[in-house]
Design a protein around this ligand. Structure first.
Ligand code: ZN
Length: 127
């Protein structure tokens, strides 16, 4: 989760360099925060109620990362234990493989769900 604010002068959205779980915390610890706009150099005074939470860059691509992890696992497994992928002697082996491949996606799903919950929480309450 990242926190963003809109420049009052040029209306561009910028990432805020501070962290907070909710607007109460932001107001408490970063009250009177000033950010100079990197587009128009306008000095913005940041109020907690104007700050919005959004998904971080990392979370946007977390499923892509899961896919890459799977590809790497597959290549490593194929290079090191080709017989375990080629042989069809055990159904249990396939279940284990399926789990290994699904696991990064389960983790990604949890990360995204947690982040969305945190974002909703932040954006719902005003101070
Ligand atoms: Zn600006």
């Amino acid at each position: 989760m990242i926190l963003t604010y809109e420049c009052r002068n040029c209306l561009k959205i910028f990432k805020l360099g501070v962290k907070a779980c909710d607007r109460g915390e932001l107001d408490q610890y970063h009250n009177g925060l000033k950010e100079s706009c990197s587009n128009c150099s306008y000095e913005n005074e940041i109020f907690a109620n104007e700050v919005k939470a959004e998904r971080s860059f990392y979370t946007k691509y977390v499923f892509l990362i899961a896919l890459l992890i799977d590809i790497v696992i597959f290549i490593l497994a194929y290079r090191n234990f080709p017989e375990s992928i080629i042989t069809r002697n055990s159904g249990r082996q396939y279940i284990v493989f399926a789990f290994i491949f699904i696991f990064p996606f389960i983790m990604s799903g949890l990360i995204v769900r947690n982040e969305d919950k945190a974002i909703r929480n932040f954006n719902r309450y005003y101070v």
